[in-house]
Design a binder for this molecule. Structure first.
Ligand code: ADP
Ligand code: MG
Length: 255
């Protein structure tokens, strides 16, 4: 599977220590181009920290992150960050900027003005009416705001999309719809996607590969199919038990 394809993103003994804890402990991992990876685990297990080491919102303590052949720590952080699509935990739009200004912010910081036609195209990608470009975030629903968050992440023509609990604040129906849209965008745009979520059901439904984190380490690295057939060990199976019990309970009602 991933072993055969060339490495797109590689963690090499990556560690991030804070005073009290090692948030990420010696993680080594290779992700191939085109994978949709879900990073799952309990709160505090180190998911966000690992993700942010890729675009240097967090500076690692030890080890390396390679994007293709490039060591992400070798150059300045700001241009790197603008090349990598990033959907924030929570929503993270600037409230006093219009939808269009929010989407165009990254390119603008690079000295590039996004034409209106490109903003319209990005809004259409996330299935929003281009007429929403002039609205303020407060004039949108939560789901619409997060669609704008995804459009903004795609504005830099990035091939790597990082998402930190992107749908966590949304109602289940909106969450399902947006998850599916992101999955199709991943395929249509040929992206490599890493999505942090604490929701194993979401990971199993959207990802091609599920990494389970526990206390700063990757303790399982499996396909959804393998996890559902009982692979991955204790921590992973405890997470899989949650949607499985729900599915059983629902099947019991309908029987
Ligand atoms: P997750 O995203 O899985 O909930 P995090 O990566 O946010 O986990 O956090 C992992 C661990 O690192 C936690 O114990 C957290 O308290 C700690 N941590 C994260 N960020 C900081 C920080 N800026 N300063 C100190 N400790 C931090
Ligand atoms: Mg987090």
């Amino acid at each position: 599977m991933s072993q055969a394809a060339p490495a797109f993103l590689r963690f090499d003994a990556l560690t991030k220590s804070y005073d009290e804890v090692d948030a990420v402990r010696a993680v080594s991992l290779t992700i191939a181009e085109g994978e949709f990876v879900a990073l799952v685990g309990a709160s505090g297990s180190g998911k966000s920290t690992l993700l942010k080491c890729i675009n240097r919102l967090v500076e690692p303590t030890l080890g390396r992150v390679l994007l293709g052949e490039e060591d992400v720590l070798a150059g300045p952080a700001a241009p790197l960050r603008r090349r990598i699509g990033y959907v924030f935990q929570g929503i993270g739009l600037f409230p006093h900027m219009s939808v269009a200004e929010n989407i165009a912010l990254g390119p603008r910081l690079e000295g590039e003005a996004l034409p209106d036609a490109r903003i319209a195209e990005l809004l259409e990608l996330v299935e929003l009416d281009p007429a929403m470009a002039t609205r303020l975030p407060a004039e949108l629903s939560g789901g619409q705001r997060q669609r704008v968050g995804v459009a903004r992440a795609l504005a830099g023509d990035s091939h790597l999309l990082l998402m930190d609990e992107p749908f966590g604040a949304l109602d289940p129906i909106t969450r399902g719809q947006l998850g599916e849209r992101v999955r199709r965008l991943h395929e249509e745009l040929g992206l490599t996607t890493v999505m942090v979520t604490h929701d194993m059901a979401e990971a199993l439904l959207l990802a091609t590969r599920v990494l389970v984190m526990d206390q700063g380490q990757i303790v399982a690295d499996e396909t959804p199919q393998a996890l559902l057939s009982g692979e991955g060990g204790e921590v992973a199976q405890a997470l899989v038990a949650v949607p499985r019990a729900q599915a059983r309970a629902l099947a019991g009602i309908s029987a």
